[in-house]
Design a protein around this ligand. Structure first.
Ligand code: NAD
Length: 556
């Protein structure tokens, strides 16, 4: 139930330009970013207020949405609006340094933290699912997944291949909504990719959107193209129609020269993974006819695929799980070596988290793409020594189409983010940017999430499920001057499996904004550093010492 006669679903898009619809830019930023999340160009199902990620909503109902908008329009610069699971519930007098909006979404007491209880409360109109950036109003469309995948393959390159995938072949499967970012992320890192999907329309769609280069006629053709490009050190992505559970073992049997192996089929849902015995055309029907039998067959096929992945690793390939639970499904089918290759966070992303690195992002409230181009240039001037950043920004300018308000994402760490924020604020002040900028991040960040199946899998000290960290993160950002702060439960991996926090700051060119930005954009990634120092990571300890992060238990 998301609309009533007086509060109908309707297309929404953020106002552009420099005219205020509210009493200040902090409030205006929240208003525009909420509206931008629901822009049909940005949101997956805007009528149902769903932004992305299954059922991740920006507001609980259209009535609640109208209430938030109405309140933001009259909210004073020393007041704070409270939002509980997508519904505005109170306004309090606070002070200018306090956030203009405080958000809590989908949080449940431990014993009730499951989908069943949540769905009951949702049906009674008491809650909504906020995902990560849906309910905290800082989603920027598919640029986010492309950049995250680029970052992962970049980390693989740094770990094993001297910083570039040039001259290597990656084998993966799944060219769906998110997995479809893999071919472009590999070629952006200068590598060659063979991407298997059983649905040829997914291959064609990725070629049409320029995320994939070519389609091979068959397996021999795919290998031929891959080896030729690899030897010429040319980036190339190749789509191959087929079942990964057959192709992976076949490539292994042929001793194909594969350097990196992963997978992004929808393995988290056995009814969405095609078993080898079933033709693709009959997949839906068979899954409906006998879900139990289908599950058994798809798990057996996943076991065959995972076995090939493990044996590629035995032969020296770099192999990892890309967050789709394929290892656990293969284990359920009785394959006991499934967990011999790691998940992508402990394998590549954690060392970045140790430095407070994570998905920093910003949106131009003007709506003018020239503002993002100017920030791109400013960033490359600020960090001239960062080749990886240069490669991403240059490629993004060329390949990424804006959805909704023009936006950019890139990974920056402790000691970097506040420099970028201050620079953007200065550019607003001196007119280089035509309007203020909203600066935020994903909740999938270095010190803002507890999620034992993903971001905090296999922490060194076993603290995977300790959720004090994201709560402290929200509190410190609230104390440091963020424009809005959120605490969510269940994003990414579902109910009962994660607790996470978000923050957004508005760079409006004022001196006050500069003071707030400096604190928030230092302390927020600083949480990532201290969290990893506390868990015993040496690199984090070095970063803390070099960059002057105070850790009481290492002093005195
Ligand atoms: P999707 O459903 O849009 O796409 C899955 C694709 O896999 C489809 O194109 C389907 O045809 C193909 N497929 C299914 N079975 C196959 C088989 N046996 N052989 C070859 N192809 C097969 O899903 P998506 O949004 O792309 O996400 C894919 C998976 O990756 C999900 O499990 C998701 O949770 C996971 N994921 C994880 C992260 C992360 O942790 N970083 C990020 C994104 C996605």
């Amino acid at each position: 139930e998301v609309s009533s006669p007086e509060h109908q679903a309707r297309p929404v898009s953020a106002p552009r330009g420099t005219e205020l619809n509210t009493l200040g830019w902090q409030q205006e930023g929240a208003l525009r970013m909420l509206m931008n999340n629901l822009d049909p160009e940005v949101a997956e199902h805007p009528d149902a207020l769903v932004v992305y990620g299954g059922t991740g909503q920006a507001a609980r109902t259209w009535e609640a949405y109208d209430g938030i908008v109405r309140t933001l329009k009259t909210l004073k610069s020393d007041e704070t609006l409270l939002v509980q699971s997508g519904k505005p519930v109170g306004v309090f007098r606070t002070n200018e340094w306090a956030p203009r909006v405080l958000i809590a979404n989908s949080n449940l007491v431990g014993d009730w933290a499951n989908w069943e209880d949540f769905r009951k409360l949702e049906a009674e109109g008491l809650m909504m699912y906020g995902q990560m950036t849906a309910g905290s109003w800082i989603y920027i469309g598919t640029q986010g997944i492309l950049q995250g995948t680029f970052e992962t393959f970049g980390a693989v390159a740094r770990k094993r291949f001297d910083g570039t995938l040039a001259g290597t072949i990656t084998l993966t499967a799944g060219l769906g909504g998110m997995g479809g970012a893999q071919p472009l992320a590999v070629t952006m890192n200068e590598g060659v990719a063979i991407c298997v999907d059983c649905d040829v329309t997914r291959i064609d769609r990725r070629i049409e959107h320029r995320y994939l280069d070519v389609k091979a006629d068959n397996l021999d053709h795919a290998l031929e193209l891959a080896i030729e490009a690899r030897d010429a050190k040319k980036p190339l992505s190749i789509g191959l129609e087929g079942n990964a559970a057959e192709i992976f073992p076949e490539l292994l049997k042929r001793d194909a020269p594969i350097d990196i192996v992963t997978d992004q089929t929808s393995a988290h849902d056995p009814l969405a993974y095609l078993p080898t015995e079933i033709p693709f055309a009959e997949m839906k029907q068979e899954a409906q006819r006998d879900p139990q039998l289908f599950t058994k067959k798809s798990r057996e096929s996943m076991a065959a695929q995972v076995q090939a992945m493990v044996e590629f690793q035995d032969r020296g390939a770099e192999v990892f799980d890309y967050g789709n639970s394929i290892r656990d499904e293969a284990r359920k089918a009785g394959y006991d070596r499934a967990f011999e290759f790691p998940g992508f966070v402990p394998a590549y992303i954690r060392p970045l988290f140790e430095e407070g690195l994570g998905p920093f992002r910003w949106a131009a409230l003007s709506g003018d793409p020239k503002d993002i181009e100017a920030t791109d240039r400013a960033l490359l001037e600020l960090f001239p020594e960062n080749d990886h950043l240069r490669r991403w920004i240059t490629m993004a300018e060329e390949k990424v189409a804006y959805e909704g308000l023009p936006a950019r994402i890139c990974w920056l760490g402790y000691g970097e983010r506040h420099r970028a924020g201050l620079k953007f604020n200065e550019m607003v002040a001196n007119g280089e940017l035509s309007a203020p900028v909203a600066i935020g991040r994903d909740h999938l960040d270095s010190g803002s999430v507890a999620s034992p199946y993903r971001e905090t899998e296999a922490m060194k000290d076993g603290s995977d499920a300790v959720a004090d960290w994201p709560l402290l993160n929200a509190l410190v950002n609230t104390s440091s001057g963020a424009s809005w702060v959120s605490i969510h439960h269940g994003g990414g991996v579902g109910m009962g499996r994660s607790i996470h926090a978000g923050q957004v700051c508005i760079a409006d060119g004022s001196e006050l904004a500069a003071q707030k930005l400096e604190r928030v954009l230092t302390n927020d990634p600083g949480m990532g550093v201290i969290r990893h120092v506390d868990a015993g990571y040496e690199h984090a300890a070095n970063v803390a010492e070099e960059r002057g992060v105070r850790i009481p238990m290492t002093e005195g």
